[in-house]
Design a protein around this ligand. Structure first.
Ligand SMILES: Nc1ncnc2c1ncn2[C@@H]1O[C@H](COP(=O)(O)OP(=O)(O)OP(=O)(O)O)[C@@H](O)[C@H]1O
Length: 310
């Protein structure tokens, strides 16, 4: 089976601004794929080309086996994709349920309106006028509008911006449920926690180019990076007493290691023999955000694109 989305050598400029330079990636059926990148990196431009709203200058694009740039195929495609864009215009004087029911009428095989209201947690608010919804409630309605047409492929452009932490977790569960029911999802987000929690694979785009691609856990060799052990030393002990090199700052000792199992063993053995209690002991690895910040640091030397495989 072909990929749900296949992009090769995509390029798009606005006058002298090279918004997308040479972007290639695929999204497989049934996966959640996240496009990450700083403001102005080219994410929305890429998405708009895939959605058929913007013409490309160069490259190949296949979405559900169709070319969104082709007028006839583009129309057929719009029946099969769902969109949750950053700012969807809705009629403020309709109720939540009326809005959803009206949009359901645009599709040949819509989902049940009340079922979708339940999915996004808007059943209680179904009789409320849209203009009275809070920002987060409105965003849930956006999500409902995106899935009402029962799409095979759903585009989510920053789906949880403005959500409170509980609403964000509910939205994540909804997105996972959609994926588990067979919907392919391509999303953009500025929340690294969202990408970590949701995405099967991510691509980082910067300056119109993909600079790294992989699973959230392995992106840019994240899984092979060293671990960091931190702890507080009790009174009377110095960093130089430790059986390995370490540094001290913020009242905590930090040890960088590529072999955390061994280093921890040495550390705890050393402490137990001396009756020393290691205060606030933690072991961690670079987060997705650490890796993302490194990849998108404008001061970092430009290198070959990094790719890690699943
Ligand atoms: N219609 C337009 N006309 C001219 N320049 C544009 C237009 N749309 C986008 N750009 C420029 O193209 C570049 C890429 O913009 P794009 O909106 O694709 O980035 P983005 O990654 O989605 O950013 P954000 O995270 O801020 O939404 C930016 O430099 C932007 O200023």
């Amino acid at each position: 089976m072909t990929s749900a989305v296949a992009v090769g050598g995509l390029a798009k400029s606005y006058g002298s601004v090279h918004a997308v330079r040479d972007v290639s990636f695929t999204v497989e059926h049934g996966e959640i794929f996240a496009l990450l990148g700083p403001n102005g990196a080219g994410k929305s431009t890429t998405l708009e080309i895939l959605e058929g709203f913007r013409a490309r200058d160069a490259g190949q694009v296949g979405v559900l086996g169709m070319d969104p740039g082709d007028q006839a195929e583009g129309r057929e495609l719009r029946e099969r994709i769902g969109l949750v864009l950053q700012d969807i215009a809705v009629e403020p004087y309709l109720t939540v349920r009326e809005t959803l029911a009206r949009n359901a009428g645009y599709y040949r095989w819509p989902r049940d309106v009340d079922e979708v209201l339940g999915l996004v947690g808007l059943t209680e608010l179904r009789r409320r006028k849209v203009r009275t919804l809070s920002g987060g409630q409105k965003r849930r309605l956006d999500l409902a509008l995106g899935v009402i047409g029962n799409p095979s492929l759903l585009f989510l452009d920053e789906p949880t911006t403005g959500f409170d932490p509980n609403a964000r977790r509910s939205a994540w569960q909804l997105v996972r449920n959609l994926r588990d029911a067979g919907t392919t999802i391509l999303l953009t987000t500025h929340y690294m926690e969202e990408a970590q929690e949701l995405a099967d694979r991510v691509a980082v785009i910067a300056g119109g180019r993909i600079v790294s691609e992989g699973t959230p856990d392995t992106l840019a060799g994240r899984d092979n990076d060293g671990a960091r052990i931190r702890f507080g030393l009790p009174h009377g002990f110095a960093v130089t007493d430790l059986p390995f090199a370490a540094s001290r700052g913020d009242g905590l000792v930090t040890v960088e290691t590529t072999d955390p199992t061994r280093t921890l063993h040495e550390l705890t053995g050393w402490a137990l023999r001396r009756g020393a209690v290691l205060d606030r002991l933690t072991v961690d690895r670079p987060t997705l955000e650490d890796v993302y910040l490194r990849l998108t640091d404008p001061g970092a030397p430009a290198g070959a694109p990094e790719r890690s495989v699943r």
